[in-house]
Design a protein. Structure first.
Ligand SMILES: Cc1cc2nc3c(=O)[nH]c(=O)nc-3n(C[C@H](O)[C@H](O)[C@H](O)COP(=O)(O)OP(=O)(O)OC[C@H]3O[C@@H](n4cnc5c(N)ncnc54)[C@H](O)[C@@H]3O)c2cc1C
Length: 405
């Protein structure tokens, strides 16, 4: 991918808009809501997201006929780079904007476009992704949540898990088994289910960071209109895979700019501490810098392709890089990195008061702990290796063990 002079004009426009608008009430939002900090200033970030939407800075890649900006991939990369460079707060709309929206545009009906796309664009409805279950993560085809038609409504029963941001979502796209007795990828449907109903229970899961980015979600006869199925009933696997392809491809946009800032901050810490003159740490920091150059080069070289193998290579490259930098940060900080801030009374509180974190991590500790998740979500390392082994190297496909239901 090469940036043209027009792209650079677009970059100047984005940069100027962010500089002019991340001011006043929004100035304090810089850096808010990143990994492990998703609870921070949600209402204010929502307001910021609506401000972005009003100025046409949401849904950039959607075609104009669907309310998007029809931005090229280069422009999307530029937007995300500038967004991260400005330290703008984490967006609350990513699942709807970047996963469901493009899926609906590709596979939805006109009625679904009219009903669901505008509220995503205007940031009036937030979404979550209901794929994983206790028995279906890497092995997603093992989905057991079931749904059946009752008159003009689907009735959905089952449990999802690790559902990011379900606690603030208005809707969930749910992969459910709609053909009784079907096995594996057959007989699944892609349903759009409203979260704000009594038959949906969301239970936050506390993560290593002490916060709850993801949740368990229980559907206990939850209802949604019969028309809220994307694609034909029974065709859910194909649609779900399409969403995953979008997830793997787009996820990298802009990420590496945030990474660059993290690494620059870490180098700054090293410069002012003994770590800066430790030959082993200097070597590791230099390697991290080289690694990030490789991630960026590979991302720019492959982002416009739709090759599964390239997406897997990129996922492995960036997630391992980020996880390793989290570990390196702990080494650079040395022994103090092992201490969390004391709560009131001199000790970290064991049982936090409602709405409070159980312990107060600094940014480096949060990076170290949350980056453990990078090599899991969006397809774990082992699964990416398997894709590469099968598709790039032509090794035989591994079938699931025969005792699987
Ligand atoms: C921060 C975070 C956010 C997430 N958000 C969402 C979300 O919003 N919605 C959603 O639906 N899901 C979400 N997930 C779930 C994520 O997609 C799954 O965690 C992931 O697919 C792995 O599934 P699992 O956790 O069930 O682990 P398992 O599939 O049980 O895997 C356990 C271990 O076994 C390995 N393994 C499994 N199968 C194989 C195999 N065939 N060969 C070799 N090794 C194997 C895995 O690599 C892993 O190390 C999120 C996860 C995280 C960490």
């Amino acid at each position: 991918m090469r940036f043209t002079p027009q792209d650079e004009e677009f970059r100047a426009e984005v940069r100027a808009w962010l500089a002019a608008n991340l001011t006043g009430e929004f100035a304090a939002l810089r850096g808010a809501g990143g990994p492990g900090r998703e609870h921070e200033r949600h209402a204010e970030r929502l307001a910021w997201n609506r401000h972005l939407a009003a100025a046409g800075w949401t849904c950039l890649g959607w075609p104009a006929e669907f309310g998007g900006r029809g931005a090229t991939l280069a422009e999307q990369v530029i937007f995300h780079e500038e967004y991260a460079r400005a330290g703008a707060p984490a967006r609350v709309t990513i699942v709807g904007e970047e996963l469901l929206g493009p899926t609906l545009i590709a596979f939805g009906t006109k009625e679904q476009h009219a009903r669901f796309l505008p509220p995503i664009k205007q940031v009036t409805e937030l979404w979550c992704q209901g794929y994983s279950e206790p028995g279906a993560g890497s092995d997603l085809a093992n989905v057991a949540t079931r749904a059946s038609l009752d008159g003009n409504q689907w009735v959905v029963t089952g449990q999802k898990v690790w559902t990011s941001l379900a606690h603030v979502a208005d809707w969930c796209f749910v992969l459910a088994r709609t053909e009784p007795g079907s096995r594996r990828s057959a007989g699944l449907s892609y349903l759009l289910v409203p979260m704000r109903q009594s038959r949906v229970t969301v239970r936050p899961i506390r993560q290593l960071t002490g916060t709850s980015e993801f949740n368990e979600v229980f559907f206990d006869g939850a209802r949604t209109d019969a028309a809220n199925v994307v694609g034909a009933p029974g065709d859910g696997w194909r649609i779900a895979k399409a969403t995953l392809a979008i997830e793997r491809g787009a996820a990298m946009l802009g990420l590496q700019v945030g990474f660059r800032r993290e690494l620059a901050d870490l180098v700054e810490v090293a410069r002012h501490t003994a770590a800066g003159s430790d030959p082993l740490l200097r070597d590791k920091l230099a390697r991290a810098w080289i690694g990030l150059e490789a991630v960026r080069a590979y991302a720019l070289d492959t982002l416009d392709g739709d090759d599964d193998t390239e997406a897997s290579v990129l996922k492995i490259l960036w997630s391992r890089w980020h996880r390793n930098v989290g570990e390196l940060a702990m080494e650079v900080l040395g022994a103090p990195s092992m201490i969390v801030s004391a709560g009131p009374g001199g000790r970290p509180p064991q049982t936090p008061p409602a709405g409070h974190e159980p312990y107060d991590l600094d940014d480096w500790q949060r990076l170290f702990l949350f980056s453990r998740a990078d090599t899991i979500y969006g397809g774990s390392d082992e699964i990416q290796h398997d894709i590469i082994a099968t598709r790039a190297l032509g090794l035989p496909r591994q079938e699931p063990p025969p005792d699987r239901p």
